[in-house]
Design a binder for this molecule. Structure first.
Ligand SMILES: Cc1cc2nc3c(=O)[nH]c(=O)nc-3n(C[C@H](O)[C@H](O)[C@H](O)COP(=O)(O)OP(=O)(O)OC[C@H]3O[C@@H](n4cnc5c(N)ncnc54)[C@H](O)[C@@H]3O)c2cc1C
Length: 390
């Protein structure tokens, strides 16, 4: 069977992977099927991840973080996603989409206010980019932010519009959502800025959770903003840089989603190998039939190739080198591997693969969104083509 934690990784990364793997098997796995069935948010699992320090992995200790790096986060995501993609995406979105924009673009005051609880995992932030009429083409955003002076003479943003499919936006511990909003017009077109909207602000409504195909234990809502007023200081990053800043966050996020996808793909390999050694047909275990053995061999090959791609993209990013093309290739390769492996693993499981009680069935439903979230497959191809000058 595959060496699940590559031996060339430095010791501290190997230890982290082993710790998260134990947590995934001992704490997450026993409750995964029930949360999936009930579409319930796994608060007790999130508290366990918080205790392990996973939400603070890439942040400096001065903000309550663990002083690690983005690659450490990726390794943790890979281990969690082998077992439960909903739990992994809750961490991915919490860190890479919720907390990271505050860390990267926030003022010192904003960092001090929000990061300690986000890094501790006692609070979550949402990332509100997608709108009903603006997904892949996020520049079509219609949500507006207007600067007004209130009766007390203080400047406020007045936000109107809606967002859809926003992860971690409606949990009991969601502290805020950062939203992109059109804040003016420039010669080049819309001026888009990012504004922090705390949960519970008047006029900010979180719609009931979606009825999804998969990721059932992850929290996803549509949001609406009806004359929502927040202080002018809630602007995150420079005015007019909101879209560019969110694109940077998505470039990084693609590496994290690639890691999550590799975990899903590996989880399918591990389950398929185990089952193929046990299940008997025509006088042998099914892994003794070359058609099944080759199917699993191909699954393993896809997983290893995708893992190399996200390692490479993460290494470039951490070295401060350009990584946009590599992140897109990592996300493309890994989400393809996850989806292909989920299909092949369920085939190896025969009828059992269609039963929700089996982990591979959950991977089959969960993996589809990996080809859509944080940039669809077509968007990754567009980015790669652009990097080639096409
Ligand atoms: C469970 C879930 C969680 C999510 N979480 C978040 C979140 O936390 N924050 C957030 O902001 N968003 C979130 N999203 C939204 C997600 O990022 C978008 O769904 C995704 O970017 C695609 O946008 P869209 O759904 O509007 O599809 P569209 O943009 O409408 O695309 C439809 C199809 O057309 C294709 N297409 C579009 N343009 C082109 C083109 N130029 N060339 C070729 N093909 C093209 C797309 O690839 C796709 O296949 C989430 C979505 C889901 C389902």
């Amino acid at each position: 069977m595959t060496e699940a934690i590559p031996s060339e990784l430095p010791e501290e990364y190997r230890e982290l992977s082993a710790t998260v793997r134990d947590f995934a098997e001992q704490v997450v796995a026993p409750v995964s099927a029930e949360h999936d069935r009930a579409h319930s948010f796994p608060y007790e699992v999130v508290a366990g991840m918080a205790e392990l320090g996973l939400f603070g992995l890439p942040f400096p200790e001065e903000y309550g973080g663990m002083g690690g790096d983005y690659f450490a986060l990726c390794l943790a995501l890979e281990e969690l996603a082998k077992v439960d993609q909903s739990v992994a995406i809750t961490l991915e979105a919490g860190v890479s989409l919720g907390a990271m924009p505050i860390y990267r673009f926030g003022t010192e005051e904003q960092r001090q206010r929000w990061l300690p609880s986000l890094a501790a995992g006692t609070a979550l932030g949402g990332f509100g980019l997608t709108e009903p009429d603006a997904g892949s083409d996020a520049g079509r955003s219609r949500t507006t932010g207007r600067l007004e002076t209130n009766d007390s003479g203080a400047e406020e943003w007045v936000i109107n519009g809606s967002k859809q499919f926003i992860t971690n936006s409606g949990t009991d511990i969601t502290a805020f959502v950062t939203v992109t909003a059109v804040t003016g017009e420039t010669e080049k077109g819309k001026e888009i800025s990012t504004i922090i909207v705390p949960s519970g602000t008047a006029g900010f409504t979180v719609a009931p959770a979606y009825d999804k195909v998969g990721w059932n234990a992850s929290d996803t809502h549509g949001l609406s903003f009806d004359d929502v007023r927040v202080p002018a200081e809630n602007l995150l990053g420079e005015r007019g840089r909101g879209y560019a800043n969110f694109l940077r966050i998505l470039d990084e996020g693609r590496i994290a989603i690639a890691a999550l996808s590799v975990g899903a793909a590996q989880g399918c390999v591990d389950e398929a190998v185990r089952y193929a050694k046990e299940r008997q047909s025509f006088g042998t275990h099914i892994g003794g039939h070359q058609a099944i053995a080759f199917k699993i061999a191909r699954m393993e090959a896809r997983t290893q190739v995708a893992r190399r791609m996200y390692y490479r993209a993460a290494a470039l990013m951490l070295a401060g080198k350009p990584f946009k093309q590599e992140a897109a290739i990592a996300k493309l390769t890994a989400s393809d591997a996850a989806m292909d492996n989920a299909r092949d693993a369920t085939q190896v499981f025969g009828g059992n693969g269609f039963m929700n009680e089996y982990r591979v069935a959950r991977h089959y439903r969960d993996s589809k969104i990996l080809e859509v979230g944080e940039g669809t497959t077509e968007v990754q191809l567009m980015l790669i083509a652009r990097s080639l000058g096409l």
